[in-house]
Design a binder for this molecule. Structure first.
Ligand code: MF3
Ligand code: CO
Length: 253
């Protein structure tokens, strides 16, 4: 069941997502060779507390950390570790969520560690562009699958592939609400988009094959062919003026 949000609820979600975006921007600025993914998790927890919010992921279905850190061929849900030291040339996906006054915020960004290959740079740029192509379709009167179709079109036009096993989602007083938001599909299908819907749109894009496997930790998803993967996510609300990016414009997201 899709839960429609009032203006006041969207306002609260905007504040929750502003904290998420600001934490991600701070974390992105700390990414450099030599730092561990656990250092980033600690920092995320500290910044979240300072902002007066509760981390959304820790304890969610038993997830052990506040942040997901997915390096190189890792697609999503990488678990931070003090043993995982970032190296020049890596790319890292940072996925973070909070609860504020009962409402969730959820966003992700992929950033370079020092200098990266041109191919890695293109992958990150195309994934971010695809997210924003998807967001542009999130308007009253369109159909849900118009979002995924726009994402898939942009990604495949660059020769990359869209991950199918994970999808975006409705968001509100739960981290995951209806509807599921695939990053692929033919346009013109699914629920009619309406004012008051709030969606987390989150394309995951691989350089090679779209297939993923889950590690023995039960969380980390990696590309099956070892190719690089990038992930960008924003939560948006559908308003009378079109899509509103919750938490506002933050550099890099
Ligand atoms: N952004 C991811 C999602 O929407 C983060 C979930 S990680 C989890 O599913 F640990 F909370 F599951
Ligand atoms: Co999400």
């Amino acid at each position: 069941m899709i839960i429609y949000k009032s203006r006041e609820e969207i306002e609260t979600m905007d504040r929750a997502n502003r904290i998420v975006a600001q934490v991600l921007a701070s974390l992105a600025a700390r990414v450099e060779p030599g730092i561990t993914t656990m250092d980033l998790d600690r920092e995320a927890g500290r910044l979240c507390r300072e902002a007066g919010a509760k981390p959304a992921f820790k304890g969610y279905r038993g997830y052990p950390c506040v942040l997901c850190t997915s390096v190189n061929e890792e697609v999503v849900h990488g678990i931070p570790s003090p043993k995982k030291v970032l190296q020049e040339g890596d790319i890292i996906g940072l996925d973070f969520g909070v609860v504020l006054d009962g409402y969730y915020g959820d966003a992700a960004v992929t950033v370079p560690v020092g200098r990266v290959s041109d191919e890695a740079g293109t992958l990150m740029r195309v994934t971010r562009e695809a997210l924003h192509r998807g967001i542009a379709e999130a308007r009253a009167g369109r159909r849900l699958s118009d979002v995924g179709a726009a994402i898939q079109r942009h990604v495949e036009a660059q020769g990359f592939s869209v991950v199918r096993e994970f999808v975006g989602h409705g968001i509100g007083t739960a981290l995951h609400e209806d509807p599921q938001v695939p990053n692929y599909g033919a346009p013109g299908n699914g629920p009619l988009l309406k004012e008051g819907m709030a969606l987390a749109i989150e394309p995951m894009v691989n350089i090679g094959r779209p297939d993923v496997r889950i590690h023995s930790d039960g969380w980390t998803a990696s590309t099956i062919d070892g190719s690089l993967s990038a992930h960008f996510e924003r939560s948006i609300a559908i308003t009378e003026n079109g899509p509103l990016i919750l938490g506002g414009d933050v550099a890099g997201l």
